[in-house]
Structure formats: C-alpha cells, structure tokens
Design a protein around this ligand. Structure first.
Ligand code: ISE
Length: 339
C-alpha cells in the first residue's frame, strides 16, 4: 500500500495490463505508489491520474521519465514502443519492470542488451510472470532437485477464450508463445536452438487469415523437445498447463486450480476467463518482488538476456510460421555481464 517513502512509479501504457498494474501498485503492493501514468490516449490517462493522489498524467514517456517524482518505471505499452522507453529509462538510470515481450525482434532486444551493458549495471527486469506462479515455481524446484531425473520433453498447452480483433498471426508467437519459450528455457536451464511452427486447419472461430491453433516445436541445446499447443480462440476459457516428462517420472501443472465441486450428480470446476485472473497471484508476486528488490537497490528476476533470448526464438518462430519449415535460432554468445 502507498506510504510516505514508497517507491514512486511511472506506469507507461495504461491498456488492459497497464491499468491492472496501476490498481495493483496502488491497492495490493506494499512500498510503492503511482506518481505518473503515461498513454497516448490523453483522456484515458487523465481519467486514471485524476483518481490517484499525487499522480500526473503524461502522453509522452520521455516527460514522465524525466519527472523529479519518478524513481522507477513499469512499462506496459505495446511491444513496439518498448525499445525507446527502455533506452530512455537507462539514460536516466531508472529501474524498470518491462512487460513481455522485451521488444518485438532480436535486433532491438540486442540494442537494449548493449545499452544496459554500457550503463554497467543491471536495471531491467522483464515481465515473464509465469516464473512467479506458485505451480510453475514448484515444477522448477522439482526439476532442479533431480528427483525425476533428466527432463526429456515438455508439453505445453496455452488456450485463450478469444483474442482481441487486432491480434495477428505473428502475435500468437511474439505475445503468446513467448511465455512458453521463456518457461522452457527457465525450467530446463537451456537455450532453445530451433523452432518449427505447424499450422493445422484453423478453427472456424478464428478471424479470416488467422492460423489458429498453431502447434510449435522447440528444440533445446541438450536435445530436449518442448511442444506448445497455442489456441487463441478455444471458446471456453483461459487454460495454461505444462507437463514435464523426465527419465524417472512426469509432473503436470495447471490442470485443476480448484475448488473441484461435486454437486447434483456431477463434478467440475470453474475455468478462468483470462490471464489477468488466472495469473493474478503471479503478477502480484512479480510486482512485489520487483518493488522490494528495487528499494534495496537490487535487480532480480528475468533479465534483458532472457528477453533477448526469447526475442531471438520469436523471430525464428515467425520465420518458420511464414516459410513452413524448421528454423534455427540465431543467438549471440551470452555476455559475462548476465552471469
Ligand atoms: C497476452 O499478452 C499474455 O501475455 C497472456 O499471458 C497470453 O496468454 C495471451 O495469449 C497474450 O495475448
């Protein structure tokens, strides 16, 4: 909850995710308050700022980032706007939590990677919030413990009720499957080396021209495989699951968040409608961790390297989507700076 010497945050981009982060920072997170909101939609941003004590509305990120009452930045604008805001935040040496994707392509992600290295210390955390989901975190600990042996396969399912009408085929990779790219790298501690995107006959519920669902195959440096069913218009709810197949056993998450209700001769449960609700706790934990670390002068969580590596896989994925073939991922060597 906002307090006197709380971290003063500028939220850049106040669409669905940005507005939810403003609410979160004001009402859920301790040690932070929102002092600036930025959006090209002047009316929307003024409306938001009017409801928050000591908060100024801006239509340009640069003006907010230069404001004397801003200590840190949360970027939730569309991916193509991230690079300029990130470079500007680094120029002001401001701590950043940047929603995924870091940037929409590998070249721009590389420019951010180089800018942060030039600054000489980490400042940016990338918003791969699934790492903060309780079940994903348990799966990570289980795999790291070695109890199940070496991981051989990951099966991911990523289903959305529907997609906004401006959502494109490429965004199914860049904005949606990017999560599975990150969790695959993170769960297995391996880079992804190649990707194949397959396009089965589309559902009649997808807009004309959209290949939905898509089936994505990721290959990793140690020879594990991960498959992703990406379904943007499943029509019944938001569902994200993962299963690891290892040498001595398997582990599945995301199936049944509960409660499992038995009534009237049947059993079942509720399916969340969207990611804001399904991953609400993960977002809370992610933003609280960022605020806590920032107040201690630390940077934790997914790094610009993680954002760049995912962007490189996305780029190869979009090429595979267009060319209908397996594409190898072109990744620079990991700089010592990123450990
Ligand atoms: C959205 O941008 C997200 O990040 C969600 O987690 C994902 O499930 C959805 O497909 C994306 O559009």
């Amino acid at each position: 909850m906002p307090s006197q010497n709380a971290l003063r945050v500028a939220v850049v981009g106040t669409g669905k995710m940005g507005a939810d982060h403003v609410r979160r920072l004001q009402q859920v997170i301790s040690g932070a308050r929102v002092t600036a909101v930025v959006d090209i939609d002047a009316e929307r941003v003024r409306g938001l700022a009017d409801g928050i004590d000591g908060c100024t509305a801006y239509t340009e990120p640069a003006a907010a980032l230069a404001a004397p009452d801003v200590d840190a930045v949360l970027i939730a604008s569309p991916g193509p706007a991230h690079e300029a805001a990130l470079i500007d935040a680094l120029a002001h040496d401001l701590p950043v939590l940047c929603e995924k994707p870091l940037t929409p392509d590998a070249a721009s992600a590389l420019r951010v990677l180089e800018a942060e290295q030039r600054l000489g210390h980490r400042r940016i955390q990338v918003g791969f919030m699934r790492r903060y989901d309780v079940e994903y975190a348990k799966l990570k600990r289980l795999l790291d413990s070695g109890e199940l042996g070496r991981a051989l396969l990951l099966h991911h399912r990523h289903r959305n009720l529907s997609m906004p009408e401006w959502f494109t085929n490429e965004m199914l990779i860049n904005d949606s499957v990017v999560h599975e790219m990150d969790v695959t790298r993170w769960l297995l501690d391996q880079e992804i080396t190649a990707i194949t995107v397959l396009k089965p006959a589309p559902t009649s519920h997808a807009p004309a021209g959209m290949n939905d669902p898509q089936f994505v195959l990721l290959e990793t440096e140690a020879g594990a495989l991960a498959d992703v069913e990406m379904f943007g218009h499943c029509g019944y709810g938001y569902q994200v699951t993962a299963e690891a197949v290892c040498e001595r056993g398997t582990a599945r998450i995301g199936d049944e968040p509960g409660p499992r209700v038995s009534v009237d001769g049947r059993w079942g449960g509720r399916i969340t409608p969207d990611y804001v609700e399904r991953f609400e706790d993960a977002y809370d934990r992610e933003v609280q961790a960022w605020v806590d670390a920032t107040r201690q002068g630390l940077v934790t969580g997914p790094s610009v390297w993680d954002g760049y590596a995912a962007a490189a896989v996305c780029e190869a994925g979009v090429r595979s989507q267009h060319e209908g073939r397996r594409v190898e991922v072109d990744l620079i060597e990991r700089p010592v700076f990123y450990g």
